[in-house]
Write a protein that binds this ligand. Structure first.
Ligand SMILES: Cc1cc2nc3c(=O)[nH]c(=O)nc-3n(C[C@H](O)[C@H](O)[C@H](O)COP(=O)(O)OP(=O)(O)OC[C@H]3O[C@@H](n4cnc5c(N)ncnc54)[C@H](O)[C@@H]3O)c2cc1C
Length: 474
């Protein structure tokens, strides 16, 4: 039985590890330690400085709509309140009281809006459901959502403020107007790296200890002890050869989870996501103004189907580094960005990365005791491309699962694996599937350039016979 007296080790200091530690420590747990192979003391979750976890990023989308997955919608709305509380606390802080590199001007969540767009003139069923559920369950948030091309919604958007009227019309001409969707003014963007830095600071204030960097922070293996039929995890051994005793080990290694805990390979899987960066130069004040969150919302565009996967992440910081991205995703981005914002195509991509999702068999999280270890080993992962927004609140419900206090998430997050003969989000395919990495066409250096004006990208996209869909739960 896990209690506040238990010695708890959490392996992984991304969103899942941080949030768990924060809620445990604030809930009276006296001995909680996070181990991570990345040295966040010096790199501050910066993806350009050695951090390749999914949480280490410049920004991540916050959206509140989840359609029939009402539990996720409620969790997002609960998280939203805390995000805004964190904003207030940071704003009111003296600069010297904030952890580097945060300043009182930093807003961890900016409610700049999220424009949900899709191909075709008729609203796709997912969006219809999103709006319907919001209407029934959180009408005050539905009031902040404006349906594209609807006159009444245009009036409501304008009444919300002049910037919202402009944002409402931003995509009118995209694809000759043949798109559908809605603008959600209650959602926006988070500063991902700084949010993790802040959550870590709150953890430290609450008494959580950190062991960071290679080799001392990197788990080599779990220490297990078999006593008759009773098998338990007794602690961890790190890559510097040290051993650390624990009553409970929580594995929160995101896409590396199955590499650390092989039992989990039929439960979660690493799937690659393409991230491209365009740095708008300091002297382009016009573009910096145009793309400022005051003037442009986050936008998501749903187009096409397909897949792409491998079980262990490879990044630019791996022993066998990779410095490219899947060609299909890159071409798609060039097509959409080049069509919508040619001024950004003129600047060109300034960096790229592979950022790895941790997909579960149903895109719900996996937060439970691992069977067979007498409640000494716990898994906390399965972000499935949409876990970041829950950073401030996730741990509250992780703690319930740890203490075996049943709640609405218990049946949804329970330990589960691929069921034979059933479609399980592609996990059932394993290495034989078409999305294994060696079967995906990767971009060559010349592919990163936008095409000269007037040439067609859509033709090139059609020629690519593999169409690897990247998970876009966000
Ligand atoms: C491309 C992409 C875009 C996304 N966009 C959004 C979005 O817009 N909105 C949203 O809400 N969510 C988004 N997500 C999802 C979100 O980022 C994840 O759900 C979340 O960050 C996962 O956190 P985590 O703690 O599980 O994993 P991670 O952040 O990957 O953390 C795992 C940690 O474990 C550590 N680790 C691994 N192995 C070891 C070891 N052996 N020893 C010690 N430490 C180890 C790693 O260093 C890492 O820091 C996105 C995900 C991806 C991939």
């Amino acid at each position: 039985m896990t209690t506040p007296e238990s010695r708890v080790i959490i392996v992984g200091g991304g969103v899942f590890g941080l949030s768990t530690a924060l809620w445990l420590a604030r809930g009276g747990y006296k001995d909680v330690t996070i181990f991570d192979r990345c040295n966040f003391n010096t790199n501050y979750y910066n993806p350009a400085d050695g951090c390749d976890g999914a949480s280490a990023d410049i920004n991540k989308i916050f959206r509140a709509t989840y359609g029939s997955r009402e539990h996720s919608q409620d969790l997002a709305l609960e998280a939203r309140d805390i995000w805004l509380e964190w904003n207030r606390a940071i704003k009111e802080s003296h600069p010297s009281d904030l952890p580097r590199p945060l300043t009182p001007e930093d807003e961890l969540l900016t409610l700049c809006g999220v424009y949900h767009l899709a191909d075709g003139p008729t609203m796709i069923p997912r969006y219809v459901e999103n709006l319907q559920v919001m209407e029934e369950t959180a009408p005050s948030f539905r009031h902040l959502q404006f349906i594209k091309d609807e006159a009444d919604d245009e009036r409501r958007a304008s009444a919300h403020g002049p910037e919202w009227s402009k944002k409402f019309h931003l995509f009118d001409k995209f694809k000759h107007g043949a798109t559908n969707g809605f603008l959600d003014a209650g959602s926006g963007i988070t500063l991902a790296d700084k949010a993790c830095v802040y959550a870590r600071y709150l953890c430290q204030k609450a008494g959580v200890k950190f062991v960071l960097g290679h080799p001392q922070g990197e788990l080599d293996h779990l220490i297990t002890k078999q006593n008759g039929s009773d098998k338990r995890v007794k602690g961890i051994k790190t890559c510097d050869g040290s051993t650390h005793a624990a009553d409970l080990v929580v594995v929160a290694c995101g896409p590396w989870t199955a590499a650390v805990l092989p039992e989990a390979h039929r439960s979660v899987e690493a799937t690659m996501g393409t991230v491209m960066f365009i740095d708008v130069p300091e002297d382009r004040k016009d573009l910096r103004e145009k793309f400022h969150p005051d003037n442009i919302p986050v936008w998501r565009f749903i187009q096409g189907e397909g897949e792409g996967r491998i079980s262990t992440p490879r990044t630019k910081y791996s022993p066998e580094p990779i410095n490219t991205v899947p060609l299909y995703g890159l071409e798609l981005m060039k097509q959409v960005i080049g069509g919508l914002f040619p001024e950004l195509a003129d600047i060109g991509f300034t960096d790229s990365r592979l950022c790895w999702y941790t997909d579960s068999i149903d895109n719900e999280f996996v937060i439970d005791y691992v069977p067979g270890y007498s409640d000494s080993l716990f898994i906390c992962t399965g972000g499935s491309g949409h876990g970041f927004k829950f950073l401030p609140v996730l741990g509250k419900y992780v703690k319930n699962q740890l203490e075996r206090v049943p709640d609405r998430f218990t049946p949804i997050w329970k330990w589960r694996t691929v069921e034979e003969g059933k479609q399980c989000n592609g996990l059932e395919e394993g290495e034989a599937g078409p999305r294994e990495m060696s079967k995906i066409k990767l971009a060559k250096p010349q592919d990163f350039h936008f095409p000269v004006k007037g040439s067609s990208l859509s033709g090139r996209l059609q020629q690519l016979n593999v169409a690897p869909k990247e998970k876009s739960q966000l």
